[in-house]
Design a protein around this ligand. Structure first.
Ligand code: NDP
Ligand code: BG6
Length: 500
């Protein structure tokens, strides 16, 4: 590929320019900037341990400059004022952090420009170079991270502009990396077209496709839990597991994003990406090593092994009132709820506007062979991994313990690893913090989606999606705030799930 800059040496120190394109938008305000702020003000554990005098956070103020870029003609001050208000009030930072917010905002500069104008990107490049010159005394290398917090329709022109005008050209080395947000395509055909377009401009190594579920603490923990513990290794297979549920639910509706949501629906918004990534972590074989590419190879194999979806194993729903949003057509067929059985023995549930918000994995074991305590009557052993809220790993023992006392009674109990109790005083980082840190620090792509993973993920949802869009499969209406759909409960029970 022509024009790939000096990327052989990948420094983790030196001048760092982070450019957030689409800085005026929802994601930038709610996720990207707060994550950058937290990285700035959190101190790595080892610096505390060694009591260094000059303590730096995960973003070093003497190296970094953050550029917010968007078309809106804001003044730099006004942009920083808005960010200040958001970080200070909406994020409710502590009084001690208020000072940090002000210091952090000194690192931020707003630049107004469009996503397809050469002169605007030339000016952006000039700004980045000026920042680099002010830091050149350190080692002269230059790291450029472009975060595309933009609608995907704008990606092609933004890639082109970055490629033409804003790549790192420092003779001292460095890199240019681009972070992109989901949705990655809308179906298999479009994905291939987009991937080819990107592939002509950028190397896969320069591209970080964010899926925030891959940054969640308990998702990242799955590999360790499974492959570093002797007692899980022989158990983690179909001989012992009856079924696995991957559950995602929210207690709110489309919340101002109905226009986007109606075009994509719950399968594209959540299942095809977040929940499939979780599935990969649950179902993958042991990778050859912890090398990020070995791990991603193993994940791809999971996706390749899933059987085609049967439409009789799909239940869709739409909450009442969804179509009342002015940006949604009155006759929209878009599902806000979906239960899909993936064979063999994987289930995924996903629903919006229900009674509570949670994401969890429930692995249900087969019944005990030669069951002398009749434990079957009381349910099954389950291993639950709660991703949010209140992160926890717990094992349901059905009646697997003796009731303490003189009688020989049995009782249901749990082996419980609740993070709040076990790791008191430790703040679990937000997914975006972990992922953004990877992009400029280690550069490892283990927690980012590779092109072939996406291809496989779209392949098996693509036959189902047109059938929903042409009305062949219709969503069932449900009331906001309910616990779910009876039809979906029946479906998962038929597939082997036992209420425990
Ligand atoms: P927005 O719709 O808020 O768009 C971000 C910015 O892009 C806008 O402020 C606007 O800035 C610019 N923009 C919007 N539409 C256009 C257009 N048609 N042409 C050119 N520029 C445009 O998006 P979000 O911030 O919600 O999301 C950004 C990306 O992140 C999307 O890909 C989205 O799918 C993804 N995402 C968002 C999540 C969220 O919670 N918001 C969650 C997960 C992923 P300006 O006009 O000032 O240039
Ligand atoms: C986003 C979806 O990717 O994930 C949203 O676009 C959804 O619709 C969100 O609300 C859920 O993420 P989390 O981290 O809050 O579970």
């Amino acid at each position: 590929m022509d024009g790939v800059e000096l990327d052989g040496v990948e420094p983790v120190r030196g001048c760092l320019s982070i450019v957030v394109l689409g800085a005026s938008g929802d994601l930038a305000k709610k996720m990207t900037f707060p994550a950058l702020f937290n990285l700035y003000q959190q101190v790595p554990a080892y610096t505390v341990q060694f009591g260094w005098l000059f303590i730096q956070g995960f973003l070093h103020s003497d190296e970094v400059r953050i550029f917010g870029y968007a078309r809106t003609r804001n003044l730099d001050d006004e942009f920083r004022y808005r960010l200040h208000r958001f970080l200070d009030h909406d994020k409710v930072v502590s009084p001690a952090q208020t000072e940090d917010v002000s210091e952090f905002l000194h690192l931020v500069k707003y630049i107004s420009g469009s996503y397809d104008a050469e002169e605007d990107f030339r000016s952006l490049d000039k700004e980045i170079n000026e920042h680099k010159s002010s830091k050149v005394q350190q080692d002269g290398s230059s790291r450029r991270l472009f975060y595309l917090a933009l609608p995907p329709s704008v990606y092609p022109s933004a890639y082109k502009m970055i490629k033409l005008f804003c790549m790192n050209k420092s003779k001292y080395g460095g890199w240019t990396r681009i972070v992109i947000e989901k949705p990655f395509g809308k179906g298999f055909g479009l994905l291939e077209k987009l991937s080819n377009q990107i592939g002509e401009l950028l190397h896969e190594k320069q591209l970080y496709r964010i899926d925030n579920y891959l940054g969640k603490e308990l998702v990242q923990n799955l590999m360790v839990l499974r492959f570093a513990n002797r007692f899980f290794l022989p158990l983690w297979n179909r001989d012992n597991f009856d079924n696995i549920q991957i559950v995602f639910q929210e207690d709110f509706g489309t919340e101002g994003r109905a226009g986007y949501f109606d075009e994509f629906g719950v399968i594209r918004d959540i299942i095809q990406n977040h929940l499939l990534q979780v599935l990969c972590q649950v179902a993958m074989e042991k990778p050859v090593s912890v090398d990020p590419e070995h791990i991603r190879d193993t994940e791809v194999r999971v996706l390749q092994s899933v059987c085609p979806i049967q439409s009789e194993e799909v239940v869709l729903g739409q909450y009442e009132g969804y179509c009342e949003d002015p940006t949604v057509p009155d006759d929209s067929n878009t599902p806000t709820f979906a239960t899909i059985i993936l064979r063999t023995h994987y289930e995924k549930w996903d629903r919006k506007a229900l009674n509570s918000r949670k994401s969890e994995i429930r692995i249900q074991f087969k019944d005990v062979p030669g069951d002398i305590f009749e434990s079957k009557k009381h349910g099954r052993n389950e291993l639950a991994i709660r991703l949010q809220p209140s992160e926890a790993i717990y094992m349901k023992l059905t009646i697997g313990v003796k009731q303490p006392g003189l009688e020989m009674d049995t009782t249901q109990s749990e082996l419980d690893l609740s993070y709040k109790q076990c790791y008191q005083g430790i703040t679990i980082p937000e997914a975006y913090e972990c992922l953004i840190l990877d992009t400029y620090d280690s550069g490892h792509q283990q927690h980012f989606v590779r092109r072939d993973e996406l291809t496989e993920a779209w392949k098996f949802f693509t036959p189902l999606l047109p059938r929903i869009e042409n009305g062949e499969i219709k969503p069932i209406l449900y009331k906001r705030g309910t616990t779910g759909l009876l039809e979906a409960d029946d479906l998962v029970q038929k597939a082997g799930y036992v209420q425990t």
